[in-house]
Design a protein around this ligand. Structure first.
Ligand code: FAD
Length: 381
C-alpha cells in the first residue's frame, strides 16, 4: 500500500516536473539574459509564474497557494536552476510565505498570502545589515512602539528581491538591551511608504538579474498589527526555526546545478574533438566526469532524504546545515571541473556553464555562510 502511494506520488511529481519544465523554458528562460542586463526580472513574469500556481506551491489553497507539498516546491526550484534562470527570486518569496504560515495571524495570512501566490506582491526578507551578517544579534535597525504603530529607523543590505519588494519581512530590534530576546519581525508594505527608500541595485559577481539591493528606513511608520507572532521579542527564535527550511532549499538548487553541469558537460565532451577523437575518449575527461557524476548521485540521495525529512517535520538544524555547506561546496567544485572540460568556450558567456560558474559562488555565502554551517553542526556533536 505504502509502495503504491509512493509510486503514484512519483508519477504525479514527474508529470508536474514536465509541465514546469515546459513553462520555464518557454516563458522565463528566453528573458534571463535581458533580466541580467536590467538587473531585475519583469513584474509580468511574477504574475505569469503566479498564474501557473508555481509561486507558493506548498501553501494551502485557502491562502491562495497550490495546496501541494514541499516536494512540488522543490521541483520548481530545480527546474528554475536547470534552465539557468537564477534571476527569479522565488526562494526568498517562498521563505517569507513560510514565516507567514507559521507565525502569522489568520488576518495576516489572508491579507498577504493570496497576493503573494498570484505574484501581485513580491516579498523579501531583510536580515543583513552593513554591520551585521553572520552575527544576526548585532542588527541595529530599531523599531520603537508609539501607540498603535512602530517607528522604524535603520538600513539593510544585500536584500534579494529588494528593488521589486512590495512586502518586506524585516528583522528589527525592539529592545536593544535584551540580546536575542530583543529581536522582532515586522511585515512592512513598501508601496507609497514615507521614509522608506530602496537604494541602488548591487553589482554582483553573478546572479545579475536578481535585484539584490540596499533598503533604508527613516522614521518609517508600520502598523503594530504587522508584528509577526503576536508578541515582541520572538524574532530570533522565529529565524532559528525557519533557517533549516531555507537552508534545505539552497541545497536543493545546488544539487540541481550539479546534475545539470554534469549533463551539459557530458553532451559537450561527446561532440568536441581534439587530437582526432572526442574529448570523452580521453582518460582524464572520463575520470573527471566519473567523479562529478558520483558527487551528483551522492548529493541527490542526501537531498532527497532532506526533502522527505522537511515533509515529515524531522529535519534538524545540523542536518540542514550539512546539506547547505556540503552541496554548495560540491556545486562550486563540480562546476569548476566541468568548465575546465569546455576549455576556452567554458569561459564564454555563450555557453551556460560560464553563467553557472558565476552564479554558484554566492551559494557558499548566503543563507548563512558555510563556516557558520560548520559551527552549527559542531554544536550538535
Ligand atoms: C547575493 C546575495 C544575496 C543575499 N540575500 C539576502 C537576503 O535576501 N536577505 C538577507 O537578510 N541577507 C541576504 N544576503 C546576506 C548574506 O546572508 C550575508 O552576506 C551572509 O550571512 C554573511 O554575512 P556578511 O556578508 O556580513 O559576512 P560576515 O558575517 O562579515 O562574514 C565574513 C567572513 O567571516 C566568517 N565568519 C563570520 N563569523 C564567523 C564565525 N563565528 N566563525 C567562523 N567564521 C565566521 C564568514 O563565514 C565569512 O567568511 C545576501 C548576500 C548576497 C551576497
Amino acid at each position: 500500500m505504502a509502495g503504491e502511494r509512493q509510486r503514484a506520488m512519483a508519477a504525479e511529481l514527474a508529470a508536474f516536473r514536465d509541465a514546469v519544465r515546459r513553462f520555464v523554458e518557454a516563458e522565463l528562460a528566453p528573458h534571463e539574459a535581458r533580466w541580467g542586463r536590467q538587473q531585475h526580472v519583469d513584474r509580468d513574469a511574477w504574475r505569469a509564474v503566479g498564474g501557473m500556481g508555481l509561486l507558493l506551491a506548498d501553501v494551502p489553497e485557502r491562502y491562495g497557494g497550490a495546496g501541494a507539498t514541499f516536494a512540488h516546491e522543490c521541483v520548481v526550484f530545480e527546474e528554475l536552476q536547470r534552465a539557468n534562470v537564477t534571476s527569479f527570486g522565488k526562494h526568498v518569496h517562498s521563505i517569507v510565505a513560510h514565516y507567514l504560515l507559521d507565525y502569522g495571524s489568520e488576518a495576516q495570512k489572508m491579507r498577504w498570502l493570496p497576493k503573494m501566490a498570484r505574484g501581485e506582491m513580491i516579498a523579501a526578507i531583510a536580515m543583513s545589515e552593513p554591520g551585521a551578517g553572520s552575527d544576526l544579534q548585532g542588527v541595529r535597525t530599531r523599531a520603537v512602539r508609539q501607540g498603535d504603530e512602530y517607528v522604524v529607523d535603520g538600513s539593510k543590505t544585500f536584500i534579494s528581491n529588494g528593488f521589486l519588494a512590495d512586502l518586506v519581512c524585516l528583522v528589527v530590534k525592539t529592545d536593544p538591551a535584551a540580546g536575542a530576546k530583543g529581536v522582532s519581525l515586522l511585515m512592512v508594505e513598501t508601496a507609497n511608504l514615507p521614509g522608506y527608500r530602496c537604494g541602488r541595485i548591487l553589482d554582483k559577481v553573478g546572479m545579475h538579474g536578481q535585484d539584490t539591493a540596499e533598503l533604508f528606513f527613516d522614521g518609517v511608520r508600520v502598523p503594530a498589527e504587522n508584528l509577526l507572532g503576536g508578541e515582541q521579542g520572538r524574532g530570533f527564535y522565529q529565524l532559528m526555526q525557519q533557517l533549516p527550511w531555507e537552508r534545505t532549499i539552497v541545497a536543493v538548487a545546488a544539487v540541481a546545478a550539479i546534475e545539470r553541469a554534469v549533463e551539459l558537460t557530458t553532451e559537450y565532451v561527446r561532440q568536441r574533438q581534439a587530437f582526432g577523437r572526442p574529448l570523452i575518449e580521453m582518460q582524464n575527461t572520463r575520470f573527471r566526469l566519473a567523479e562529478c557524476r558520483t558527487v551528483a548521485h551522492v548529493a541527490r540521495v542526501f537531498i532527497d532524504d532532506c526533502i522527505e525529512r522537511v515533509m515529515d517535520g524531522t529535519i534538524d538544524a545540523a542536518t540542514a546545515s550539512m546539506a547547505k555547506w556540503w552541496t554548495t561546496e560540491q556545486q562550486c567544485r563540480v562546476i569548476d571541473e566541468c568548465l575546465q572540460l569546455f576549455g576556452g568556450y567554458g569561459y564564454m558567456m555563450d555557453y551556460p556553464i560560464g553563467k553557472m560558474y558565476a552564479d554558484a559562488r554566492v551559494q557558499k555565502i548566503y543563507g548563512g555562510t558555510n563556516e557558520i554551517m560548520k559551527e552549527l553542526i559542531a554544536r550538535s556533536l
